[in-house]
Design a protein around this ligand. Structure first.
Ligand SMILES: C[S@@+](CC[C@H](N)C(=O)[O-])C[C@H]1O[C@@H](n2cnc3c(N)ncnc32)[C@H](O)[C@@H]1O
Ligand SMILES: [Zn+2]
Length: 266
């Protein structure tokens, strides 16, 4: 049985209840499930554009690339960080929900993203409750969540602090300095200097920080193209990137991830 009771109405903040094919609050605000099984809890005034979040090109590219299994080691490492049973787990900024498969074995699973296209994809995981919302204004009651997955996604400090239980943790994944270095070398020739600011969650302790680095050879142009569409570089010059990469069918790539576990300061 899916547990909807942690969700609140984005308009009036009162509890949502499942009634037939909708979530409804006591003030009769009603949110219908789409046929794919997700529900849109993002209000028009919470949007900063018509279709906020990653667009279809980025989401499809990420989805296809992840289905190729290139990040399966990362998925395994993320899963290993979760300890316990009857847990409540939220993937915040879930994209296509790749990291969520199997996590239902730990308890109740919730997937959210501000991009409707992303949530539509994520909702193929029928063991999760999938909803569109902004990570900066989550329609979730206070102190409900044991684990938040925060994988290459925005970092809303106070909102995460609000929804986590007192022993709750954030599993954050960020790119390390060698992440995709070969792709960057091809695209930018000169060394791309990225601003790798050290980020810290206020009111959280960094319990553990672990690196995961490995090399893989991408053996066809589709994978190379999809990987580049997943990066922020794509929108800095899609046409130029497409031209640079169009005849490359083989590329060794370094994946360099940092997995951080944050727990609330007591
Ligand atoms: C780089 S993708 C990562 C997706 C997924 N975590 C993964 O690693 O496959 C970042 C995601 O954050 C989402 N996002 C951006 N701003 C957001 C916001 N304000 N609220 C919720 N999601 C947001 C995007 O739509 C996108 O799906
Ligand atoms: Zn309401």
């Amino acid at each position: 049985m899916k547990n909807y009771s942690i969700l609140i109405c984005p308009k009036c903040k009162s509890e949502l209840e499942r009634k037939d094919n909708s979530l409804v609050c006591k003030n009769n605000h009603c949110y219908d499930f789409a046929k794919q099984g997700y529900v849109n809890l993002l209000l028009v005034n919470q949007k900063n554009s018509k279709n906020p979040g990653d667009d279809e090109t980025m989401i499809n590219a990420r989805d296809l690339f992840l289905k190729g299994g290139y990040f399966s080691k990362l998925k395994d490492e993320i899963t290993k960080q979760i300890v316990g049973s009857n847990l409540t787990i939220l993937d915040a900024g879930c994209g296509s929900g790749y990291y969520s498969f199997g996590l239902e074995n730990f308890g109740d699973l919730y997937l959210t993203d501000i991009s409707k296209i992303a949530v539509k994809k994520a909702s193929v995981n029928k063991n999760a409750i999938s909803f569109v919302s902004s990570i900066f204004e989550l329609p979730i009651k206070d102190k409900m969540i044991d684990y938040i997955l925060n994988i290459f996604a925005p970092k809303p400090q106070s909102e995460f602090l609000r929804i986590l239980k007192s022993g709750g943790k954030i599993i954050e994944v960020v790119p390390g300095k060698n992440h995709l270095k070969e792709l960057k070398n091809v695209l930018f020739k000169e060394n791309l200097r990225e601003n790798q600011e050290k980020f810290a969650y206020n009111n959280f302790i960094l319990e553990k920080s672990q690196k995961l680095t490995y090399k893989t050879t991408l053996k066809n142009n589709n994978d190379i193209m999809n990987l580049s569409k997943m990066t922020p570089y794509w929108y800095k010059g899609a046409e130029k990137i497409e031209n640079t990469l169009k005849n490359i069918n083989n590329m060794e790539i370094t994946f360099d991830f940092i997995i951080n576990i944050w727990s609330i300061k007591m």
